[in-house]
Structures are given as structure tokens and as C-alpha cells.
Design a protein around this ligand. Sequence first.
Ligand code: SAM
Length: 241
Amino acid sequence: MLSIPAYLEKNYWWAYVHPRAVQLFEREWLVNLILFGNYNRLRNLALDQLGASIHGKTLQVACVYGNLTARLIDRMAPAATLKVIDILPIQLANLAHKTAADPRVALSRCDASALPDPDGSFDQALMFFLLHEQPEATRRQTLQEALRVLRPGGKLVIVDYHRPRAWHPMRPLLSLIFKHLEPFAMDLWVHGIKDYLPRGVSVTQLKHSTAFGGLYQILVLEPTASLRNETLFCASNSVSK
Ligand SMILES: C[S@@+](CC[C@H](N)C(=O)[O-])C[C@H]1O[C@@H](n2cnc3c(N)ncnc32)[C@H](O)[C@@H]1O
């Protein structure tokens, strides 16, 4: 039986859980404002990592406000499939409402930190601004699960916050927002996302770049071995945890 994680109820009821949250936040201008005008750029950077034309089986880990999923579907090849998971029925209902029905797309209520899919089920997975909202243990589990359900040679695309440069004009404001509204987000200013990867898994970092003065990061990881068999392969540019 799935339940709503305590961290979500406690810290993000106002953003995702409350029925009025969807009414309030599902506005592209507001989502863009929250990202200081960078929404389209970050969305496109994420989708570009999946391809101009997206093939195979894609997993989107958690719904998002805005048109990320609709744009992802626009890029899907005819035989491609997409599974979007979220723990909140209200978010899945909102996504169903704002995207046209498509037999290639499945929406499913799942916990990102305990996915029901078998090992190696997907060719690529996308996490857009999810990890900074999770407490450390859940963040670690979520990364582990995403890597587990990817086939070796698949791709995990992550877009999230990153420590901005010291002079960044938004730094004080964002520190304040994190302090009062986003209790786990500062972790991503202190640690690299790779610090939360499971031990015993080998991944290749295909890309790591930052945007908007370092405030955001795009990380693309390729699992080089199945998490299940725990064999550590050491490619020259692999990151072993
Ligand atoms: C992807 S994140 C943040 C996205 C971004 N701020 C936006 O909406 O534009 C928000 C979503 O993550 C979901 N979420 C949080 N923890 C989750 C978990 N453990 N499993 C599945 N979904 C989760 C929330 O229910 C919410 O719909």
C-alpha cells in the first residue's frame, strides 16, 4: 500500500499535496518565475539529452508543473514509450488533464524510492528538480532505483539546483527560500549529486554542466553494469561509489 511520504506532507503540502496547489502552481509563467526565467532553457537542455527524436522506453520520475512532459511526448518516435510516475494521485490527474491521451504514454502511481519495475526495464530516465526536495535517505534510494531500472548503457538525465557562484545575485534570496521552504535543497549546494549514488555501482558520467551562473546543473549518467550483479567495471571515465 503506497502512502504519501512524510517529507512531502510536511514540507511540500502547499506545493503539491493540497488541492489548491495545482490550481495555483500550474501556470507556465509562475513555474518560469520560480526558475528565474530559465524554465524553457532547462526543459530543452533536459530533453536534448534524451534526443531530438526520443526512442525506446523512457521513465519520467515524478510529474512537474509546466509542459516538460508534453514536449517530451512531442519528441517521441512512433514506437517509443513513456512511463511517468508520481506518488501523488492529484499530480498524475493534473498531468492526465494537461496532456492529450496517447497509447504510448502510461501514468502510474509509484514511489520513486521503491519502483515496481524489473531491473533494466528502461533505456532512459529523467528527473527534473526532484532530488533537492527529498531527504538524503530517500534521495539515495531514488537514485539507486533509477539506475536499477535502467539497462546497462542506458541514460539517467538529472536537472536540479547546484551551488551558484559566490557573486550570484540570486544566491541570498535562494538561501532564504531554501531555509524556510525547501529544507533539503541546500544539500545540492554542498554536495555533488554523485555523492548520493549507491555504493558498488559503476556509472559513466556522460555530461555535467551548469547553467545560469552555476545555479542549475545538468547531469547525465550511464550505468555501466547492472546494479543487481554488483560487479564493478572500471572504465577510464567511470565514477565508482
Ligand atoms: C519533480 S518534483 C519538482 C518539480 C518542479 N518543482 C515542478 O513541478 O516544476 C515534484 C513532484 O515530485 C513528486 N514526488 C516527490 N517525492 C516523490 C517520491 N518519493 N516518489 C514519487 N514522486 C515524488 C511530487 O509528488 C511532485 O509531484
